[in-house]
Ligand binder design. Structure first.
Ligand SMILES: NC(=O)c1ccc[n+]([C@@H]2O[C@H](COP(=O)([O-])OP(=O)(O)OC[C@H]3O[C@@H](n4cnc5c(N)ncnc54)[C@H](OP(=O)(O)O)[C@@H]3O)[C@@H](O)[C@H]2O)c1
Length: 235
């Protein structure tokens, strides 16, 4: 297996890279070179996903490496009222969270189709399932990934390619901490809203990715899977 993981320099992406390393050749991408090198991957590619030129070069890298497992994990969070945002913020978050995953799928799928096997996992968010006040741009991009995975899962079913979205709740990472700090709630108040009264750990997301790329999970496609310590179910 040739596996590419975006946003592998820290947090959830790093945990996924560490978990999947045992299964095949790991290719990683992000902006922090040192952190990518530390993973000792088969190869890495430095890329700012908001930069169209760099994104297109990453697309070439993917086609060249014959990637058959694509994990679109990289993402940014933005806390901004819908009426206070700017066109630049809007373009940036859509470019990183939605346009880049679509483009990278576009570059990976031809090889997967030829092989009649492939796995694509998009990391969404529970904010794209439930909605998150003051994070409508972020929620919209993450909901977009769910639609993308459903439609492309249908389109690619006959080629043995599965496409799924994992929607984490609050995960204990830099992005998770930043979203708590920017919100109007304290960490204690947030924990009180989570049925399991805890944050999800990056390794739990990595474990689910590992399952979704396994032979046993070949029947799971187009799905939107919540990994949120019960957050999406109710209080
Ligand atoms: N943590 C949570 O609570 C939570 C909850 C739900 C969903 N998620 C989703 O899970 C995914 C991973 O989040 P995380 O919590 O692990 O975040 P994180 O710790 O902040 O890591 C984000 C990763 O994405 C990369 N990245 C960010 N912007 C990039 C850009 N413009 N170009 C290239 N790479 C970029 C970062 O790499 P560099 O900085 O090295 O470029 C880093 O490797 C995201 O899609 C996030 O939306 C997280």
């Amino acid at each position: 297996m040739n596996i590419l993981i975006t946003g592998a320099s820290k947090g959830i992406g790093r945990a996924i890279a560490q978990e999947l390393k045992k299964l095949g050749n790991i290719y990683v991408t992000a902006r922090n070179e040192k952190a990518l090198q530390e993973l000792r991957p088969a190869d890495y590619f430095l890329c700012d996903l908001s930069n169209e030129y760099e994104l297109s070069k990453l697309g070439d890298f993917i086609a060249d490496k014959k990637i058959d497992v694509l994990v679109n994990n990289a993402g940014e969070y933005i806390y901004s009222d819908i009426d206070k945002t700017t066109i630049n913020k809007l373009n940036h978050i859509i470019a990183v969270n939605l346009k880049a995953p679509i483009y990278l799928m576009n570059k990976a799928i031809p090889y997967m189709k030829g092989k009649k096997w492939g796995r694509i996992i998009n990391i969404g968010s529970i904010s794209g399932v439930m909605g998150e006040a003051h994070a409508s741009l972020y929620s919209a991009t993450k909901a977009g990934l769910i639609g993308l995975s459903k439609a492309s899962g249908l389109e690619l079913a006959e080629y043995g390619i599965t496409v799924n979205t994992i929607n984490p709740g609050w995960v204990d990472t830099e992005l998770g901490k930043c979203s708590i700090n920017e919100s109007e709630f304290s960490e204690k108040e947030i924990l009180e809203c989570i049925p399991q009264r805890r944050f999800v750990e990056p390794k739990e997301v990595a474990g689910l990715v590992k399952y979704l790329i396994s032979e046993e999970a070949k029947g799971i496609t187009g799905q939107s899977i919540n990994l949120c310590a019960g957050l999406s179910v109710g209080i």
